[in-house]
Structure formats: structure tokens, C-alpha cells
Design a protein around this ligand. Structure first.
Ligand code: NAD
Length: 234
């Protein structure tokens, strides 16, 4: 589980523990990571740190059955407002990071009887969200990467799916709200823009990821599951 120290990743790690799994969290920062999660400091932009952490996970925990590529960062702006350095920074985390982690875990996934990879995309991949050109492009790439990886590894018994969450109330969104003059009013406006009148809860995304990670979805690969309260279909 990458980015498992906060938000959707932390909720998913807890869900996996409730279902009896042993969970390794790979994150840049592990502050406050609760027991019994196993923390490994790693940065998805640093191939060496990922290869080291993934090998350590497999050795200490006895293998790897599931990879959840969740670590991601936000970017605000139109194409005119993000410079090349910002494009490189966001794509490095949101897209190449997933490729690095999955590649590092493949030797162990190949040995697993229940290998599943779940990538965290976004409704930004499916809808033209305002002021999100770079972020949307990165999440669209996650969708395409999911389909390609599913095709490449289906014969090896490795499933690859993704979730497309809507607006989920996590620290990621709280940080974005702090950028507004009146964060409380902006929070209310954000809730009101959701089809259900509220943001999605991290636990609701965690349940979808847990389904795709588990053998209950054994015949499902190369799919995207929206968890957005229906906002994409209005
Ligand atoms: P969050 O900021 O609460 O958590 C993200 C975690 O990823 C943090 O623990 C952070 O330390 C970690 N991380 C960031 N860069 C990293 C790196 N280079 N290496 C290792 N770890 C790194 O965010 P969240 O809202 O829980 O988002 C998780 C995922 O869900 C992201 O991919 C995000 O794009 C996606 N998503 C979020 C929303 C939303 O509304 N919150 C909606 C759709 C998709």
C-alpha cells in the first residue's frame, strides 16, 4: 500500500487489517501510523528506495499478494499555469510511481495464488474538471496504465484494476480548502456540488479497493470502478 499513512490509503490499510490481512505501508512519512500496520519509509519517485522497501516487505512479511498504488499528489491550474517542472513532479509521483512500485513487486506477485493490483485514479480521468489539467492528465494515464498492465499480466494470474473516486474528504482535500479565503464556506460549497450532497468518505473508497484486491473479484481485471456518489453520471 503506497501512501498508506493518510486519507484513502490509511482507510484502506485499516479495512485490509479488519479482513485479516497483514499490511505494509510505503510512504514518505509514517507519522502516527497505527498498529498493526507495518511502516516502510519510501518515496515512489525514488526507484532505489522502492526496490529496497518492496524487497524488505516481501522478506519480513513472507511475500506480496496485493499492491495498492495509492500515493498521489494534487495540482491546480490550466495548461497555462503549470510549468514543465510541475508537470514532471506530478507525473513522477502519480504515474511513474505506480509503474515503479508494480515492477518492483512483480516477482512476488507472480508467486502468489491471489495476485491483485489496485490503482487509485480519479473522476478527474473521466470528466473535464476545471483547473485540473495536469492532475486530470495524470489520472487519465493511471486509467490507461491499468488497462495495459491488466493485459500484460493476465496470463500470469495477476489482476489489475483501478478505482475512480469522486471528491473524498481526506487531508488532501483539507489542504486544498485551506487555499481559499473562507475554507468553511468552500467546504459547504464542495459538499453541495456532490450528487449526494456530501463528499465521499475514505472508508467507502477503501471498501471498493478491498473488493478489487480480494479473490471475490477473481474474474474482474482491467476495469475502473467509480466511487463518486454518481457525480460522473449527472
Ligand atoms: P492524502 O494526501 O491524504 O494522502 C496521500 C499519501 O500519499 C500521503 O500519506 C503522502 O505522504 C503519500 N505520498 C505522497 N507522495 C508520495 C511519494 N512520492 N512517495 C510515497 N508516498 C507519497 O491524499 P488522499 O486524498 O488520501 O489521496 C490518495 C489518492 O487518492 C491519491 O492518488 C489521489 O490522487 C487520489 N484521489 C483523491 C481524491 C480526493 O478527493 N481526496 C479523489 C480522487 C482520487
Amino acid at each position: 500500500m503506497t501512501g498508506g499513512a493518510s486519507g484513502i490509503g490509511l482507510a484502506t490499510a485499516k479495512e485490509f487489517v479488519e479482513r485479516g490481512a497483514t499490511v505494509a505501508v510505503l510512504d514518505r512519512t509514517l507519522d502516527g501510523l497505527p498498529e498493526p500496520l507495518h511502516g516502510f519509509t519510501a518515496d515512489v519517485t525514488d526507484r532505489a528506495s522502492i526496490e529496497r522497501a518492496v524487497a524488505e516487505v516481501a522478506e519480513r512479511l513472507g511475500g506480496i499478494d496485493v499492491v495498492v498504488n495509492n500515493a498521489g499528489i494534487s495540482a491546480v491550474g490550466t495548461v497555462a499555469e503549470n510549468d514543465d517542472a510541475e508537470w514532471a513532479r506530478v507525473l513522477d509521483v502519480n504515474v511513474i510511481g505506480m509503474a515503479r512500485v508494480t515492477a518492483a513487486a512483480l516477482p512476488w506477485l507472480r508467486r502468489s495464488e491471489a495476485a491483485s493490483v489496485v490503482n487509485v485514479s480519479s473522476i478527474a480521468a473521466l470528466n473535464g474538471l476545471p483547473q485540473r489539467a495536469l492532475y486530470s492528465a495524470s489520472k487519465g494515464a493511471v486509467l490507461a496504465l491499468t488497462y495495459a498492465m491488466a493485459t500484460d499480466h493476465v496470463a500470469e494470474g495477476i489482476r489489475v484494476n483501478c478505482v475512480c473516486p469522486g471528491t473524498v474528504h481526506t487531508p488532501f482535500v483539507d489542504r486544498m480548502l485551506q487555499g481559499f479565503a473562507d475554507p468553511v464556506a468552500e467546504r459547504a460549497a464542495l459538499d453541495a456540488r456532490q450528487a449526494t450532497g456530501r463528499m465521499v468518505a475514505p472508508e467507502e473508497v477503501a471498501a471498493a479497493i478491498a473488493y478489487l484486491a480480494s479473490p471475490r473479484s477473481v474474474s474482474t481485471t482491467g476495469t475502473a470502478l467509480d466511487v463518486d456518489g454518481g457525480v460522473s453520471h449527472l
